[in-house]
Ligand binder design. Structure first.
Ligand code: PRX
Length: 651
């Protein structure tokens, strides 16, 4: 039973997915989509009344004006996101599994029902309250993928504290900068994480970070691996012990629709990471609706998004979206290749997963180890296979579709960003005919446009341009922590009237959207956003580094790899030891995910006569696409190009 293949590249939704789906034809999607744009306030107002449990209804659907950075939704409404994700399910789904946790070892499973979730979240919320955390306070979360990470996020939401989850792969220094920027009052962490049998130190980097963070009063620590780690009382609090001493009930704070729910740091084209700020009602509604419709979620499904909660995908589709829908959400601690490349499908088989959501980089990493690892396991429970984080190359799409899904599942290639809060361009399972590599069409209420360099809209099909969004939507970021001017300057001011995404995009002859990748100095490494400026500033902090220029280059598994050109100060030898030190410098300042794949030591960079580095040329050299370098006559010293090409070939 294979999904019908139309023409060369159009795949009709498999019949078994369409059957009983929320949307079963493209016309059904189109009808609601049109309605959502005709009268957005009527559409969103209706959705918000239907799907959110309000303590007090809103009196205005939206108040938005891109020209002065104003975005607000569901004004005057009172709600609590934790109540919507937990409490409201107790009556009808108390015994349903809310979190299905799979640990590092296959089969090490914990099932947490909604009732249990409520109790744990209440206990944790009480611990926070009794240690002085109040509404509006910021709390950093630096945790492995364990249920306590979700408890911590929900507990913050319950008492109105703002969480800032920092991916546990970031270094102590990166954590410190984020804690300082958000003025966090506490950190929630664990002794260690565990991934593929390897221990990931957490408490130690937290100790190192917090030394330089005067705002932090307490460090709450979960005992996960029971590793021996330093413990400094009274600052440090054993979270497991403290929770035992708290009652399993904690009243919820009544929050305004526009109260901040969380901050999440992401990289931009300039040096400093941005604390993207999301608020309560709009984010909750949008993640809930996208989870329901993009994955065609139904009551008895077992939903698995294997992203880390340190990224927006983990926030929206491990925690908030699924729990708001009363779903069973899988939380996965390990890696796709442990103990072997069959891990995902072993899990799908054992846990009877119905929707599986991962990144192209993981698909590529396991696909190259052969089909046998997939075929060993039964995947008949699967209906929807999702992809996120970077463009999915058609070969990987095809492999996901044919081998993993056996032509019986709908692939949903979902385009979105930390700033968008939820999925923006995506097929709907059962309804949208798909094309390998295309994110297809916008979600309800989303109006994407393509702009030229002057900010003029490019109409019609078979065109390319800068991807922008023409009107606000409920889950869009509201500001950058501490820097609303930067928020406006980055997203709204470049082309008045539009939210600028930073991605390039093509709309094909059938109106399908194809994201072509970033058009700024942000690169996408294994689906993780990395600012080249951040890596450069880490490199130049090495005493031997006079200048650094970092670009992305195509990488077979990671999508993009990191390529660094470095000019040394006099007296430093360009030997392997120094290259190792430079790489370590990046690990220390940012984390292992930012370590360059290649470091090319050089004495010169291609610069214009005014001293500007021509990154276009550096990108081509790194990618070894030197057939067409374009005009290099404007360079101050064109001979440097030949030298770099030679050195690149030697790496
Ligand atoms: O370049 C786009 C790429 O990831 C960027 C957003 O990164 P981040 O904020 O970390 O969020 C990642 C998870 C939502 C985008 O600007 N991107 C994300 N999804 C896709 C994608 N590129 C192409 N296709 C996608 N499906």
């Amino acid at each position: 039973m294979s999904g019908q293949k139309e023409g060369n590249s159009l795949y009709a939704p498999p019949a078994r997915v369409s059957e009983g789906a929320h949307f079963q034809t493209l016309e059904e999607y189109q009808e609601l989509y049109d309605r959502s744009l005709e009268d957005p306030d009527a559409f969103w107002g209706e959705q918000a009344r239907e799907h959110i449990d309000w303590f007090h209804g809103f009196n205005q659907v939206s108040d938005c004006d891109f020209s002065n950075g104003m975005v607000a939704w569901f004004l005057g409404g009172k709600l609590n996101v934790c109540h919507n994700c937990v409490d409201r399910h107790l009556e009808t789904r108390g015994d349903k599994v809310a979190i299905l946790w799979e640990g590092d070892e296959p089969g090490d499973v914990r099932e947490i029902t909604y009732r249990e979730l409520h109790r744990q979240v209440c206990r944790l919320a009480n611990v926070l309250r009794h240690n002085g955390i109040r509404k509006g306070d910021r709390v950093a979360i630096y945790m492995p993928m364990i249920p306590e990470a979700a408890f911590a996020m929900l507990a913050c939401a319950r008492i109105g504290a703002v969480h800032s989850v920092v991916f546990a792969g970031f270094s102590a220094e990166a954590l410190r900068d984020r804690i300082i920027d958000a003025k966090c009052k506490a950190v929630i962490t664990a002794d260690e994480g565990r991934r593929g049998k390897k221990s990931i130190p957490l408490k130690r980097p937290v100790d190192e970070a917090v030394m330089a963070c005067p705002t932090v009063e307490h460090v709450f620590m979960v005992r996960h691996t029971d590793a021996k780690v330093p413990f400094y009382e009274p600052r440090d609090i054993d979270l497991n012990e403290a929770m035992k001493n708290e009652r399993p009930y904690c009243p919820v704070e009544h929050m305004d629709s526009e109260d901040t729910l969380f901050l999440l740091y992401t990289s931009g084209s300039t040096g400093k990471p941005k604390g993207i700020s999301h608020t309560s009602a709009g984010y909750l509604l949008y993640t809930m609706l996208t989870h329901r419709y993009v994955f065609d979620y139904r009551e008895d499904d077992i939903f698995a998004c294997v992203a880390d909660i340190g990224w927006i995908t983990g926030h929206s589709y491990v925690v908030y979206g699924p729990l708001a829908n009363g779903a069973t959400t899988v939380m996965f601690e390990s890696v796709p290749t442990y103990p072997d490349s069959g891990r995902y499908w072993d899990m799908v088989d054992r846990l009877q997963i119905t929707q599986f959501y991962t990144a192209p980089t993981a698909i590529r990493a396991i696909a190259r180890n052969g089909d046998a690892f997939v075929k060993m396991y039964d995947r008949s429970s699967l209906r929807v296979l999702g992809s996120v984080g970077e463009p999915i190359n058609p070969e990987s799409w095809q492999w996901y579709y044919d081998v993993v899904g056996e032509g019986r599942c709908n692939i949903v290639d979902t385009w979105w960003q930390t700033e968008t809060g939820g999925i923006m361009i995506t097929p709907l399972p059962g309804a949208t005919p798909t094309k390998p590599g295309s994110a297809t069409f916008p979600f309800f209420g989303i109006e994407p446009v393509l702009l030229d360099d002057q900010g003029c809209e490019i109409y019609g099909n078979d065109v390319s341009g800068l991807l922008a969004i023409k009107r606000p939507w409920p889950a869009m970021a509201r500001t950058i922590q501490g820097d609303h001017v930067r928020f406006a300057q980055t997203y709204l001011d470049p082309f008045p009237g539009y939210y600028l995404t930073g991605d390039g995009c093509r709309r094909d002859e059938d109106g399908y959207y194809w994201i072509t990748g970033r058009v700024d100095d942000v690169i996408n490494v294994s689906g993780h956003r990395m600012g080249t400026a951040e890596v450069e500033s880490a490199l130049v902090s090495h005493p031997g580094c006079a200048e650094a220029a970092v670009v992305g280059f195509p990488h077979e598994i990671k999508g993009q790899g990191i390529f660094a050109y470095v000019i040394l100060k006099e007296g430093f030898d360009p030997d392997a030891e120094l290259v190792g030190e430079l790489r370590n410098e990046v690990r220390t300042h940012i984390g292992p995910i930012a370590a360059p794949d290649h470091i090319l030591i050089t004495t010169g960079l291609p610069k214009t006569r005014s001293g500007k580095i021509m990154r276009r040329i550096l990108r081509k050299i790194a990618s070894q696409e030197t057939g067409n370098l374009g005009d290099i006559s404007t360079l101050a010293d064109p001979s440097v190009v030949e030298v770099l090409i030679e050195r690149r070939a030697e790496l």
